[in-house]
Design a protein. Structure first.
Length: 97
């Protein structure tokens, strides 16, 4: 879906640790990160990824609404949150400006 909207998907990861490794190796502009991961939560990974000056834009996503995660998103360093039902290239673009 994101590729159809003009985004180039450069990698996918199955868990938080491999996501961090992939983001550091590939250095993407934007990281789309699920809140629920097998080995940790996306908030901790977002905080780790956004902790440097050259950090990618991190956007968190979940099948749940933002209301459940509002404070956690704000503290994570992520640029924002998009519910999976609302995920689109336009939604990512709005957060990456």
């Amino acid at each position: 879906m994101l590729e159809a909207d003009g985004y180039q998907v450069v990698d996918e990861a199955q868990d938080g640790r491999s996501g961090i490794a992939a983001a550091r190796a590939r250095r993407p502009d934007i990281v789309l990160l699920d809140v629920h991961l097998p080995d940790t939560d996306g908030f901790a990974i977002a905080a780790e990824l956004t902790g440097s000056d050259d950090a990618p834009i991190v956007v968190l996503t979940s099948s749940h609404d933002l209301g459940e995660f509002n404070r956690l998103v704000a503290r994570s360093g992520a640029r924002g949150f998009v519910a999976k039902a609302d995920l689109s290239g336009a939604a990512l673009e709005a957060l990456s400006r």
